[in-house]
Design a protein around this ligand. Sequence first.
Ligand SMILES: [Zn+2]
Length: 205
Amino acid sequence: MDSIDKLTEIFKEFPGIGERQAKRFVYFLMSRNGNYTSDFTRLITELKQEVSQCKECFKFFLFKDGNNNLCEVCSSTNTDTSLLLVVEKDSDLESIKKSRVYNGRYFILGGLVPIVEKTTKSRVRIEELKRKISNSPKTALGEIILAFSLSPQGDYTDQYVREQIAEACEKNNIKVSSLGRGLSTGTELEYSDNETLKNALKNRQ
Ligand SMILES: [Zn+2]
């Protein structure tokens, strides 16, 4: 495999990128001068050096002040620790955080559960979520809000997570809710506006 093929394979793994687009990226890089590509590779290297994954919510964050264990949300004393919002990915968390309609903690599941899939557990952080619920001191966590996209796969994930965490939640007296139908079907959470998110949270059930 030559470097064109190897790079194409890498770009193909990016979300939403197919073979043809991946090839276009490679040809684009080839057409750029040396500075462009060396800046590009340096930035990627720096990204890995400056970014850490939060051990509580699994969000990626730029660490400073020597704290590379907890993100700014999990280390903040101003958040409502009785609420835990479960989202699919980092960009969903970012848009909810930016909307300022929610002030609790988060948990990033790491993906949606495919409807036909036998090896689900290796793809999403369901075991980590269960552990988090079981380890939370009684009365500390009051409600878990499931906030997945309104799509068949999002609905399936909602149902799957509910089943998986039911026992642990019942034991610790934690309520489980899902975002209300303020979001229209097919809407990606990360593209929803503030008003929509606010209504979805208010109408959670
Ligand atoms: Zn965190």
